[in-house]
Design a protein around this ligand. Structure first.
Ligand code: FES
Length: 145
């Protein structure tokens, strides 16, 4: 039921971990299942995402979609990263079973939450970005889960 790419990213997820002193950190929760995703972005002075890492308490589909999402945003500009929707991630993975589509939202929203954090820290506005509803980062930045 899962594509080979999904299985590959689930079994060998890319960019798992965290970034110390990240430019932006976003933590989001999936209201449907209660799973959690945290994304770390390292953004240089030109607005290019130099590095990205993620940690999750999520299902296999959440791991695979986040892994693919990190690959898609690495080396990209902020605006390009905003184009990495859950749909784009699913297409890159050759699809997900319908019951697992909601899992792919975690990755997209975690990227948005991390970009939101970056914008807040730097006092800037990122065109087309609003605070994700699933953002649960407030007041728990340093906390490990
Ligand atoms: Fe929770 Fe997939 S079941 S993210």
């Amino acid at each position: 039921m899962y594509s080979e790419k999904v299985m590959d990213h689930f079994q060998h997820p890319r960019n798992v971990g965290e970034i110390e002193n990240a430019s932006g950190v976003g933590t989001v929760g999936n209201a449907k299942c209660g799973d959690i995703m945290r994304m770390f972005l390292d953004i240089d002075e030109n607005g290019i995402i130099q590095d990205v890492k993620f940690k999750t308490f999520g299902c296999g589909a959440a791991v695979a979609t986040s892994s693919m999402a990190t690959e898609l945003v690495k080396g990209k500009s902020i605006q390009e990263a905003l184009q990495v929707t859950n749909k784009a991630v699913m297409e890159a993975l050759d699809g997900l079973p319908p019951v697992k589509v909601h899992c792919s939202l975690l990755a997209e929203e975690a990227i948005h939450a991390a970009l939101w954090d970056y914008a807040q820290k730097n006092g800037i506005e990122i065109e087309g970005l609003s605070k994700p509803k699933s953002d649960i980062s407030e007041g728990e930045e340093e906390e490990d889960y």
